[in-house]
Design a protein around this ligand. Structure first.
Ligand code: HEC
Ligand code: HEC
Length: 265
């Protein structure tokens, strides 16, 4: 009877230590993780910085207050998502007037893009940049991805080809290949309809459908060699929490069984 006590205490300490270790690990990870904030409502500073960038680089075509000119459309009410897409894919600032602004290497950092987006969003309500939960395809089931493929074939393949390889449209316009396009930009393209592409609103394609389509497109291009861009840090963090909760739970369960077993002896 006497020697029972220490053993029971150690049976309690072990699971506590595991929980604590996992917790510290999780906190460290969260602290190291860059904030993936929505750019929808920029701070005053962000908007002011965005206005300065805009005046310098965009106003010659879009007007001093984004009201539009004969060169370029008004940006009032297009929202931060359109800016994040256009600037993030390097389409804007447009280098020279043409049929279509081509995708090119971006000239702005993500901070500057966010500032421009915040400024344009301040001009009028529009579609905001999405949160990672809206576009990140991590965790979709095979059925959902298959449904994404069906949605893609019925809504997008007429222009973008069956596997998103792209294709020519009338009047010298082309629908680009969708390979290697970041998940967030696919979402933003659907919601903002760049160039000749129609806008796909919530009524046509729900957020769930949008994620399924993104899941399909990223699975089509998935190759062991990589090049798959799942939209940054999202899938890692989800996987990581799955790991913590999954392994953590299993360890606790194992310890509990061991402790019960010891007591039963
Ligand atoms: C040389 C002229 C030019 C410059 C400079 C320019 N744009 Fe544009 N922009 C255009 C044109 C033309 C369109 C329409 C393109 C289209 O429909 O494909 C456009 C479209 C856009 C759109 C899409 C609007 C919508 O309705 O979805 C956004 C957002 C945008 N520009 C932001 C910017 C920002 C931000 C800058 C500065 C960093 C900028 N543009 C610089 C000519 C310009
Ligand atoms: C009517 C033809 C048409 C349809 C339908 C269409 N698109 Fe597009 N899409 C375009 C064109 C044209 C562009 C290029 C716009 C530009 O460069 O300004 C584009 C651009 C894109 C881009 C940006 C790619 C890049 O290189 O940055 C994505 C992503 C995209 N489309 C996804 C979709 C998805 C997903 C659907 C279906 C829900 C769809 N599109 C339906 C014509 C279409």
């Amino acid at each position: 009877m006497k020697n029972r006590r220490p053993r029971r205490r150690s049976a309690l300490i072990r699971p506590l230590a595991i929980v604590l270790a996992l917790f510290v690990l999780g906190l460290t990870y969260a602290a190291l993780q860059p904030a993936t904030q929505s750019m929808a409502d920029g701070s005053k500073d962000q908007i002011a910085a965005g206005k300065a960038l805009f005046t310098q680089n965009c106003s010659s075509c879009h007007g001093l207050n984004g009201e539009g000119t004969s060169q370029a459309p008004s940006l009032i009410g297009v929202g931060s998502a359109a800016v994040d897409f256009q600037v993030g894919t390097g389409r804007m600032p447009m280098a020279n007037q043409g049929q279509q602004a081509p995708r090119k290497a971006g000239t702005y950092t993500s901070d500057e893009t966010a500032q421009l987006a915040a400024y344009v969003a301040s001009l009028g309500t529009g579609t905001s940049t999405p949160d990672s939960g809206q576009y990140n395809p991590a965790g979709l089931t095979d059925e959902e991805i298959a449904r994404g493929g069906e949605l893609f074939r019925s809504n997008c393949s007429a222009c973008h080809n069956f596997e998103g390889a792209g294709g020519a449209l009338p009047e010298g316009v082309s629908a680009p290949s969708l390979q290697g396009v970041e998940a967030i930009h696919i979402w933003e393209a659907m919601r903002t309809g760049p160039g000749q592409m129609p806008v796909f609103g919530q009524n046509t394609i729900t957020d769930e459908d949008a994620r399924a389509i993104i899941g399909y497109l990223t699975s089509v291009e998935a190759e062991p060699s990589g090049g798959l861009s799942l939209g940054g840090i999202g899938p890692v963090s989800e996987g990581f929490w799955g790991f913590i909760i999954g392994i953590g739970g299993l360890s606790l369960f194992a310890v509990w069984i061991a402790a019960k077993g010891a007591r039963a002896k």
